[in-house]
Design a protein around this ligand. Structure first.
Ligand code: CTP
Ligand code: CA
Length: 221
C-alpha cells in the first residue's frame, strides 16, 4: 500500500491516540520508563490522518518528529497522560491506546536530587498507575476503543485475556521482541470474530491495515 493514496475511511471521525513510553520521576534528574520508540503509535496517527480523520496524539517522550496536521499534546508521566486523555476524550469517537504506559510510579519521588551515599542504595516504593485504556473503555459514553498488547510469550492467550479484561472491541497483538524499536511489525488483530493474523510489514503498512480493519468496525453514522 505504501506510496498509494490511502482510502478515506475515517472522514468525519475524530481519533485520539496515545503513543511512546511514559517517564516516572525518581527525582528531578532520574526516572523509570518503558522501552517504546513511539514508531507504531506515530505511524497510526499518520494513517488515521491520511484516512481523513481529525487526529489528536498524546505522546510520551520519543525522538520522533511530530506528525504534520495532527493535534499534538506532550505527556511525561502516566498520571499526566491519563489527565490529558480524560480531558480530550469527550471530543473524540475513537481511542487508540498504543502508549507503553508504566504500570507503576515511584511513590516516594524526591523533589530534590538524591545524593549518592556510598554503600546505601535508596529503596524505591512503587504505587500503581491508572489504566488509561480501561478507564476510557469504562466511560458511560466511551469512544470505540482499540488496545495494544506487546507480549514476550504466549502472545495470543495473553492478548485474548487482555481484550476481555479491558473490554475493548479491537486489540492489536504483537511479540515484543519483534516490534520494539523496529521499523516493521507482525501483528494479530483480535475482535469478536476471532483472530486475524497479518503478514509481516513495515509499521506504515501495519498502521494502514489496522485503520482499514477498525474503520469497518465503526458504527455507521
Ligand atoms: N494501557 C494503558 N494504561 C496503563 C497500562 C496499559 O492505557 N496504565 C494500555 C496500553 O496502551 C495498551 C494496553 O493498555 O493499549 C495493554 O497494555 P499492557 O501493558 O500490554 O497491559 P497491562 O494491562 O498493563 O498488562 P501487563 O503489563 O501485565 O501485560
Ligand atoms: Ca503494562
Amino acid at each position: 500500500l505504501t506510496g498509494l493514496t490511502q482510502a478515506k475511511t475515517l472522514v468525519g471521525r475524530r481519533v485520539l491516540l496515545t503513543a511512546g513510553p511514559t517517564f516516572e520521576p525518581i527525582d528531578p534528574v532520574r526516572g523509570i520508563t518503558n522501552l517504546s520508540s513511539g514508531k507504531m503509535g506515530y505511524a497510526l496517527a499518520r494513517a488515521c490522518r491520511d484516512a481523513g480523520a481529525e487526529v489528536t496524539l498524546i505522546s510520551g517522550p520519543t525522538a520522533l518528529p511530530r506528525p504534520a496536521e495532527v493535534h499534538f499534546i506532550a505527556a511525561g508521566s502516566a498520571l499526566s497522560m491519563h489527565a490529558a486523555v480524560m480531558e480530550a476524550v469527550p471530543h473524540h469517537d475513537v481511542f487508540i491506546a498504543v502508549a507503553a504506559v508504566a504500570d507503576y510510579r515511584v511513590a516516594n519521588a524526591s523533589a530534590e536530587k538524591l545524593k549518592k551515599t556510598p554503600g546505601q542504595a535508596p529503596t524505591l516504593t512503587l504505587t500503581e498507575n491508572p489504566d488509561i485504556l480501561a478507564s476510557v473503555a469504562a466511560l458511560p459514553r466511551a469512544p470505540f476503543c482499540v488496545g495494544f498488547a506487546a507480549e514476550s510469550h504466549n502472545l495470543l492467550a495473553h492478548a485474548q485475556a487482555k481484550r476481555e479484561r479491558k473490554r475493548v472491541p479491537l486489540l492489536v497483538a504483537n511479540l515484543a521482541q519483534h516490534a520494539m524499536g523496529a521499523d516493521d511489525n507482525e501483528i494479530v488483530l483480535l475482535d469478536d470474530h476471532g483472530q486475524h493474523p497479518l503478514p509481516r510489514m513495515d509499521k506504515t503498512g501495519a498502521a494502514r491495515a489496522i485503520v482499514a480493519h477498525l474503520a469497518g468496525m465503526l458504527p455507521i453514522r
